[in-house]
Design a binder for this molecule. Structure first.
Ligand SMILES: Nc1ncnc2c1ncn2[C@@H]1O[C@H](COP(=O)(O)OP(=O)(O)OP(=O)(O)O)[C@@H](O)[C@H]1O
Ligand SMILES: [Mg+2]
Length: 253
C-alpha cells in the first residue's frame, strides 16, 4: 500500500529550478532513500512535504489524501515527522525536556486547563512522560536523560534529534542525513536504529543520505536526484551503477 506519493513536484527559487517534475511513491513500512550530489534538491523535497516550501507545481498524497496545502502542524498530527540536516534542538534544555517538546502535538487540552493542571491534564502529562521514557529506552539514551544538549557530543545530539522525532509517534519518518558528521561506528549504529524503527515500530522511513554504505544496508529502494531531476530509481546497487548517477557525481566532484 502506498503511504506517500509525490507527484510531478516542481519548486522554483527565482530562476533556479530546485525541483523539476519529481515523482515517486513510498510503500507502507518501506525504507526509501534519496541520494544525489550537493544542491540536487533533496532537502527541498522534505521542505515541501513538511510545508516549509510551497511547490510551484505538483501534489503530495499521504495515504491517498492530498496534503499539498495542509499546514505543518496538521501534517505532524497526521503522522509525518522529520529530522533536520543541521540538528535543531533546544541547547539549554535537557534531553528529556527536548523529547517532551516532541510530544506537544499530542497535547489535546486547551491552555487554560493546562494552567489549572487538573487531574486529566496531570494524567496526560504522566502519559507524555511515559512515552518519552519509552523512546529513551528504545534508543538507549537513559545515561543522558538529564544532560543539557549543549554538553552532549555531536553523535548523541544526532540521536536525540531522532528520539524527539520518534516521540511524535509518526507513521512516516523523514530523516535528512542521519549519518552526516558521524564516524563509521556511529553510522553503523544508525543503520541498526533504522532497521529497528521499521521492524519494531512499524514506521515508514524516507532517508536522505550521502553515505552509500548506509543507504545500501537499509534501503528497499533508492531514488537519485541531480539538479532537481530524478535521474534513477531502483535498488541501491542499480542506482549506484547507473551511468547518469555516476556522471552526476563525477560532475559535482
Ligand atoms: N530557501 C531557498 N532559497 C533559495 N534557494 C534555495 C532555498 N533552499 C534551497 N535552495 C537551493 O535549491 C537547491 C537545492 O537545495 P537543497 O537544499 O534541496 O539541496 P540538497 O540536495 O539537500 O543538498 P545537500 O546535499 O548539500 O544538503 C540548491 O541550489 C539550493 O541553493
Ligand atoms: Mg540537504
Amino acid at each position: 500500500m502506498t503511504h506517500l506519493q509525490v507527484k510531478n513536484l516542481s519548486v522554483n527559487f527565482g530562476g533556479l529550478k530546485a525541483l523539476d517534475d519529481v515523482s515517486f511513491s513510498v510503500a507502507k513500512n518501506e525504507v526509501f532513500s534519496i541520494v544525489g550530489p550537493n544542491g540536487a534538491g533533496k532537502s527541498t523535497i522534505f521542505n515541501v512535504i513538511s510545508s516549509f516550501y510551497k511547490p510551484s507545481q505538483g501534489q503530495i498524497f499521504f495515504d491517498a489524501k492530498d496534503i499539498t496545502a495542509t499546514r505543518p502542524d496538521e501534517k505532524a498530527k497526521l503522522g509525518i515527522t522529520r529530522t533536520f540536516q543541521n540538528i535543531e534542538l533546544f541547547e539549554n534544555s535537557s534531553v528529556l525536556q527536548n523529547l517532551l517538546i516532541g510530544r506537544t502535538i499530542h497535547n489535546k487540552h486547551p491552555v487554560y486547563r493546562q494552567f489549572i493542571f487538573d487531574k486529566t491534564v496531570r494524567n496526560s502529562e504522566i502519559a507524555h512522560r511515559e512515552a518519552a521514557e519509552k523512546v529513551i529506552d528504545f534508543l538507549e539514551l537513559a545515561h543522558y536523560r538529564d544532560d543539557l544538549i549543549a554538553n552532549l557530543p555531536y553523535g548523541v545530539r544526532k540521536k536525540v534529534e531522532l528520539a524527539r522525532a520518534l516521540c511524535a509517534e509518526p507513521s512516516l519518518l523523514l530523516l535528512d542525513e542521519p549519518a552526516s558528521g558521524l564516524n563509521p561506528e556511529e553510522t553503523e549504529e544508525v543503520g541498526h536504529w533504522i532497521e529497528d524503527i521499521r521492524h519494531d515500530l512499524g514506521i515508514t522511513v524516507v532517508m536522505i543520505e550521502h553515505d552509500m554504505s548506509l543507504v545500501t544496508e537499509v534501503s528497499d529502494r533508492v531514488l537519485a536526484l541531480s539538479e532537481g531531476k530524478v535521474i534513477a530509481q531502483g535498488t541501491a546497487e542499480e542506482v549506484q551503477n547507473n551511468a547518469d548517477v555516476v556522471s552526476a557525481y563525477l560532475g559535482s566532484a
